[in-house]
Design a protein around this ligand. Structure first.
Ligand code: NAP
Length: 250
């Protein structure tokens, strides 16, 4: 039996990770702010699959609360074998229409939390000679798309560099680039989902299935679904000037 710690497990992609990993008989530590929703996810996973689940409510923007999660990751008596850095949000507004504190909080959750939780988890994993870190990035990391896109580009670069650094240790690091996924991310950011065609949307379970399959194959970069792999390849071949021109319309 192994244990996975998932951040942002109260909804969307994180909750889907909880269901899938419980079905694979992983014990779980679930992190997010909303304790009641975490308890619901935990109950559903325990009832269906009989795994042990800890609920660890924490606001990952708050350094004191985040330190509790870091401490849990360092606990060698109850080791974490898989860390899923998933918690996140989008602001849904242009840089100049937000406060600098909102921008700072976005970096806190999308970058600082990923960096600090990974740093806390790795020594134990390396010492035990096995473990994995899955970082949930986005296809937005491939295009010029404000602080959100820049933060996700950091996640991609950080994860790939770390994967190279950890070669031979038994510890895997993988970055996942989901496309548009039906979760609460858009509604929380006040983004209207109906402006995009239906075929573009993925279900969280599809993203998680693709990510777990790619992890088992030893991939470092996971782009769930063929259609988004094609799109990502096309974006990478597109001249940056063209990407910048289209980004101005976001
Ligand atoms: P979601 O349904 O809104 O879930 C976000 C999760 O993050 C929730 O569990 C939320 O829980 C948690 N969270 C937010 N702020 C937090 C904080 N300060 N401290 C702790 N937890 C916090 O959205 P989602 O789409 O599943 O997002 C998961 C990840 O996927 C994000 O990193 C996002 O950037 C990425 N992604 C999403 C899409 C998409 O189209 N949906 C596409 C590409 C990448 P609480 O509110 O309970 O704290």
């Amino acid at each position: 039996m192994t244990t996975a710690l998932i951040t942002g497990a109260s909804s969307g992609i994180g909750a889907a990770f909880a269901v899938k990993l419980a079905a694979q008989q992983h014990d779980l530590v679930l992190v997010a702010r909303d304790e009641a929703r975490l308890a619901e996810v935990a109950k559903a996973a325990t009832d269906a699959h009989g795994v042990a689940i800890e609920v660890l409510p924490a606001d990952l923007i708050d350094p004191v609360a985040r330190a509790r999660v870091e401490a849990r990751l360092r606990d060698t008596d109850h080791p974490i074998d898989l860390l899923v850095n998933n918690a996140g949000f989008a602001l849904g507004k242009r840089f100049t229409r937000t406060t600098v504190d909102e921008q700072d909080q976005l970096l806190d959750i999308l970058v600082r939390a990923v960096l600090r939780l990974t740093h806390a988890a790795l020594p134990g994993m390396i010492g035990r000679g096995h473990g994995a870190v899955i970082n949930i990035s986005s296809i937005a990391g491939e295009v010029p798309y404000g602080t959100y896109g820049a933060a996700k580009a950091w996640v991609n670069s950080f994860s790939q560099g770390l994967a190279a650094e950890l070669r031979g240790t038994g510890v895997q690091v993988m970055t996942v680039l989901p496309g548009f996924t039906r979760t609460e991310l858009q509604s929380r950011a006040g983004i209207n989902r109906s402006s995009l065609p239906g075929f573009i949307w993925l279900d969280p379970s599809t993203v998680v299935d693709g990510a777990l399959r790619d992890l088992s194959r030893g991939r470092v970069v996971s782009v769930p679904t063929v259609r988004y792999r094609l799109l990502t390849t096309a974006v990478r071949m597109t001249p940056r000037a063209l990407l910048r021109a289209s980004a101005r319309r976001f």
